[in-house]
Design a protein around this ligand. Sequence first.
Ligand SMILES: [Zn+2]
Length: 606
Amino acid sequence: MRAKRPTLLLLSLALALAGSGRPLLADTRPAPPAERVRTDVARLAGEEWRGRRAGTPGADAAADWIASELGRIGLLPAGDAGTWFQSFSFIDGVDLGPGNRLSVAGRSFAAGRDFRPLAFSSAGAAAGEAVFAGYGIVARDLGYDDYEGLDVADRVVLLLRYGPGGDDPRSKWAAFMPLRLKVATARDRGAQAVLVVTGPLTPGAPDELVRLRADASLADSGLPAFTVTRAVAGALFAGSGTTLEARQRRIDESAKPAPLPLPGPRLDAVADLTPRRSATRNVVGLRPASEGGSGEAVVVGAHYDHLGTGASGSLDPAPDGKVHPGADDNASGVAGLLELARRFAARGEPLRRSVYFVAFGAEELGTLGSSHFVKSPPLPIERVAAMFNLDMIGRLREDTLDVHGVGTSPAWKPLLEEANRAAGLVLRPHEGGYGPSDHSPFYAAGRPVFFVFTGNHSDYHRPSDTADKVDASGILKVVGLLEPLVAGVANAPAPIAFTRVAAEMEPGASGGRGFRVWVGGIPDYGREGAGVAFTGVSPGSPAERAGLRRGDVLVRFGPRGIRNIYDYTYALAGHEPGDRVTVVVERDGREVGLELVLAARPSARR
Ligand SMILES: [Zn+2]
């Protein structure tokens, strides 16, 4: 929980005490709407808040500002314990402890110089003999297996980074180079620890340690894993009659594996690292229903966080230290949210359902804020009549708007037609309710969703997504479409019905080359424990036919253990449509085996 500004606390208190169910404060600024929207976008995307990465002071300041705006507009605070905020924590990286050690045959190496745990290493100790398993690649399609004839059970596996010939991303080995995949492959063969070294013959790759940078998954790899220099590898090769360089040359020249047990020198290592937790907040404002309302609510949401100074998620080739303003993504959506909140606060007509206006945190880290909201909603989630998501609405071109989720309720199409009569936009409808943004967790929880998006562009996730490129009048046109839609759902005589869209692709499941198969289980990206939890299952999908359920935690996929989302993605990448796979899920504390028949991926919808 973070300290709140006293002025804000007083304002919240005043509003809470005065809360008669009717907005009290009117926004009296004289600025015309387009000017106001432009100012809001510029403010959020300004240098001062440093790209609003969740867990940074910039994101906190942006959340405070949004809360003060919602208060000024006349909404009521509807976060934790009468505040504007819902706080939640997340794993934001790892910290190295003082206990990292590594020695070979009694010779100690220096942590940080000669070795370091990888960011996704488990904490723990390893001791024993090593084996050299080449590049650590098992590529059945290519007839290549670095583990052929090699027993690695309970051994420490020494691996080369990259693939034969180097780190060319266009090479046929590229799909097998990720370190997470290499470590999981060794783990599935019973290795007790993994060491990774950059080969002396790898072109343009100096003898450096891999940087300690956490990736998007919150779960570790299940065994200690280290990056080491050639000095450490050399010590393990002592007495083998050959060298790391000679082995690498043999593999590179023949394109054939050259595994080698390295008996003799004993390795002792300890990985001491702890996950670093950070906290961030959703901002929640309420426009209450009129007297005698239905007890239900509509949620309108837009994430306010972005990529900060580019540590992860950036598409810039050299992003470090550059502010990523995120003006379209998603200062534009927050500006639209505030504008909608102003209109609903000023609305004279009664409302049957309350409207929650929510600025979500940590969307860029895996829709963490919206997932938190769905898990800890201010009212039971079944009473959320629908969720509207505004994410990237600042680049309206030729009045064309993508609208997603139109298949998630039979009510959407008639409502949309009606609403667009006045708005006059060219709508591009998409049925599906899943997508890489904050509506997804609501859809997975069985709520109708509606997501607006003005389309992708070359500034996406780059430092060039700046406020001057955002079209304020376009945002107002989108708001003009949403206002009657939100009001229509809020005032509908009965809650609108929910429908699941058949044969929908799971979100974010794009594991690179060779990713051809479809399961239809929707992974929970915010999960911190081992395994992959499913927040939903698509109708008609292989997952549904196999009997997979919402809440199941996948722990085994064929021969592979599944510790995290990476393991799952890599497991899928090795399969073809039509393959039968036995999977194991944890359900109500028991392990359940299921038989999956994989299907071809339905074509992408956007
Ligand atoms: Zn984004």
